[in-house]
Design a protein around this ligand. Structure first.
Ligand code: ADP
Ligand code: MG
Length: 659
């Protein structure tokens, strides 16, 4: 264990071990002179090992009316002392104390993931005064939306924002687990707690510290630790009932052995042995040891589960459905073609950018970038509302305007059936029409590329036992087919031109035949994310709504993490099965020994504690799961330079007409 935090339970365990050493030396026949150490040693073990356990057990009984397993251990140790086997009782208390501390340490590691995140948040920021340009250091918590801060090389980003000036590499490993720096330029988002490596950046704050991506992550991880998995709840429930049963059973055993003719000391010794043999410590810790380790490994790999339940469910998933734009594709779309009916390209793009200024969609971002490239100011558009999976509508000084796909055009009674657009529609690219009421003004085509990691991720999922994979998109079928083909999806695995409610219905149908995971990023995906057995949102890049609705957030852009998460979930399920088998098996053997074969108490103790430690260690193996490793180590060519450098993300097939 790398970072042992030194606390009182730990100190008590060390004292218990010390006492045990003294007692052992004192009992060792060759060292007769040291015999004086025996009793102080035993006293130390009973005090340092027994009292804290008794205290925990009694306060749980008193406050929550829960019979703790600790109680069984204390009762067994006392019974051993009464029947003249204080040494065996001491061994029990020592092993129990040590294994409890180890458990505590192990499970604490998972929890510390959150503290580590908090420690990354910078305390102060350098804010630039809008009026005179003076720079002052202020607490990060005081930053307001719209403030401009200056980031020197090496500085952490104090709150989520957008680069106003400057360019440079940003290390986002904290948030995405991705070790390669991402180069960013004006207009791009930066996230709190990521590190500005080389440039001098001016950043406009977009979210206050309380709403930042990292604050959301911290909330997610905290929720995850509180939400218990079903099997975890079961083992806690089971532990409760079972503890009562064991206590009653031990009393009965005492009575029966006594009645069978043993003297009371022998009967009590056997009852104490049974108490230890039958204690469910290993069974109860089997599940949380595995789940907490897996959740922690996943969090470090940039995959956040909102609880153990999501992890268990993901293990059972055999059908994956993916949104296309922003999920399978990198969402860094680029405008490739502009066709206006009146030839007024600049005015057209200005109006379109004015509308899209109000949308969070990837297409909107592409259009805004295009306007910036050509130095075009977006027009003023008011009363804007978005139509998920269709487009966006609003009003300028002349009247209602809209931008969207042919579905929206039809709704506006505008005909897109014109010779000018034929060429756009034949391309396998997304087409966005701009219209004023039922008059079409023109259209742009937007190209989006599959993420480099999508195809290997889908292949890895299939290799990992996923039977069915689908793409569900609101985009046109030709576009969906082109991307699908790159990813190795067949035509019957691709569903295009879907509205949000279609995605939900389809997920519902798939869910009748197996467990379904849906992976999406957008506002239009929220309902499907909620409907699926496991909803997986593209975290840092995705919308807040999607993140809310999902059970799992992928903070990295690397889709292979998704396959890793699925593999980890399956691995966790199998570790839980192994643990329960070992725990129940060990218990059955020990109980049989105690009942029928005069199993000595020390052997019961060693078997019982050994089993407990074994299942905890087995669970801990998940902590070092491959998911934590950086994608770059696993597949060196995973991220192409183009993918890292957003400005070059789409090949320049652009037919750039003089705009
Ligand atoms: P996906 O399901 O692949 O993520 P969406 O459902 O978000 O895609 O969008 C489907 C289609 O709706 C897009 O291909 C586009 O034609 C249109 N659309 C959605 N939002 C906008 C917008 N803000 N501006 C223009 N068109 C949009
Ligand atoms: Mg999407």
């Amino acid at each position: 264990m790398r970072r042992l935090s030194f606390d009182i339970p730990m100190l008590m365990s060390l004292l218990t071990v010390l006492g045990m050493i003294l007692a052992t030396v004192g009992t060792w026949p060759p060292a007769e002179a040291l015999g004086v150490l025996r009793w102080p040693g035993l006293a130390l073990v009973y005090a340092a090992g027994g009292l804290p356990a008794a205290w925990t057990a009694l306060s749980a009984l008193w406050r929550q009316h829960i019979l703790d397993i600790d109680l069984l251990m204390v009762v067994a140790a006392i019974a051993a002392a009464i029947v003249g086997a204080p040494f065996e009782g001491a061994v029990l208390l020592t092993l129990f104390s040590v294994s409890t501390t180890l458990e505590h340490q192990a499970l604490g590691r998972a929890r510390r993931a959150v503290e580590a995140l908090m420690a990354l948040r910078p305390e102060t920021a350098f804010r630039k005064n809008a009026a005179d340009g003076a720079v002052t250091e202020v607490p990060a918590a005081e930053l307001a939306v719209g403030d401009v801060v200056i980031l020197r090389p090496g500085a952490r980003v104090p709150a989520d924002g957008v680069i106003l000036q400057g360019r440079g590499g940003i290390d986002e490993a904290n948030i995405t687990g991705e070790s390669m720096p991402v180069s960013k330029e004006p207009g791009q988002q930066v996230f709190e707690a990521t590190v500005n490596l080389d440039g001098i950046l001016e950043v406009t704050i977009a979210r206050t510290v309380g709403d930042s991506t990292i604050a959301r992550m911290i909330r997610l991880v905290t929720e995850a630790q509180e939400a218990k998995a079903p099997s975890e709840r079961f083992s806690a429930w089971f532990g409760q009932r079972y503890t009562v049963a064991v206590l009653i059973g031990a009393v009965l055993a005492f009575a029966v052995f006594y009645w069978l003719g043993r003297d009371w000391e022998q009967a009590l010794y056997k009852a104490a042995t049974l108490l230890v043999a039958a204690s469910p410590c290993a069974i109860v810790i089997s599940v949380p040891a595995a789940i907490l380790s897996a959740l922690s490994a996943a969090a470090r790999g940039g995959v956040l589960f909102k609880g153990g339940g999501a992890l268990e469910m993901l293990a059972a998933v055999d059908t994956f459905a993916f949104d296309k734009t922003g999920t399978l594709t990198n969402g860094r779309a680029q405008v490739t073609r502009i066709i206006t009916l009146d030839g007024e390209d600049r005015r057209f793009l200005s109006l379109l950018a004015g509308l899209e200024a109000h949308s969070e969609h990837h297409i909107a971002a592409a259009i805004r970038r295009e306007a910036v490239i050509h130095g075009i100011e977006p027009a003023q558009v008011m009363d804007v509302s978005s139509r998920p999976s269709a487009g966006i509508v609003g009003r300028d000084e002349t009247g209602p305007v809209w931008a969207g796909n042919s579905y929206l055009a039809r709704e506006m009674d505008a005909s897109t059936d014109r010779a000018e657009f034929r060429e756009l529609e034949e391309n396998a690219q997304t087409v966005v029409y701009l219209g004023r009421g039922s008059t079409i003004l023109g259209a742009v085509s937007v190209a989006d590329e599959a993420r480099a990691s999508s195809a290997p991720a889908l292949a890895a999922l299939r290799a990992g036992g996923v039977r069915r994979i689908f793409m569900m998109t609101g985009d046109r079928r030709p576009v969906a087919l082109r991307i699908g083909e790159e990813l190795g999806l067949g035509p019957d695995e691709i569903h295009a031109e879907m509205l949000p409610q279609d995605k939900v219905r389809q997920i519902g149908e798939l869910a009748e035949r197996g467990r379904v995971a849906f992976v999406g990023d957008g506002v239009n995906d929220a309902a499907a994310l909620a409907r699926a057995d496991v909803g997986i949102a593209m975290g840092a890049a995705g919308s807040d709504v999607a993140l809310q609705a999902a059970d799992v957030a992928l903070l990295s852009e690397d889709m292979k993490k998704l396959a890793d998460a699925h593999r980890l979930a399956r691995r966790t399920a199998s570790v839980i099965r192994q643990n329960l088998t070992v725990a129940i098996g060990a218990m059955l053997v020990l109980v049989t020994g105690g009942l029928f074969f005069d199993l000595p108490l020390p052997l019961a103790v060693v078997g019982h504690e050994g089993g407990t430690v074994l299942v905890v260690l087995n669970g801990l193996r998940l902590l070092s799961d491959r998911i934590r490793r950086n994608a770059d180590e696993a597949t060196p060519t995973r991220r192409t330079p183009e993918e890292r450098n957003v400005s070059a993300s789409v090949p320049k097939v652009v037919d750039e007409r003089a705009v």
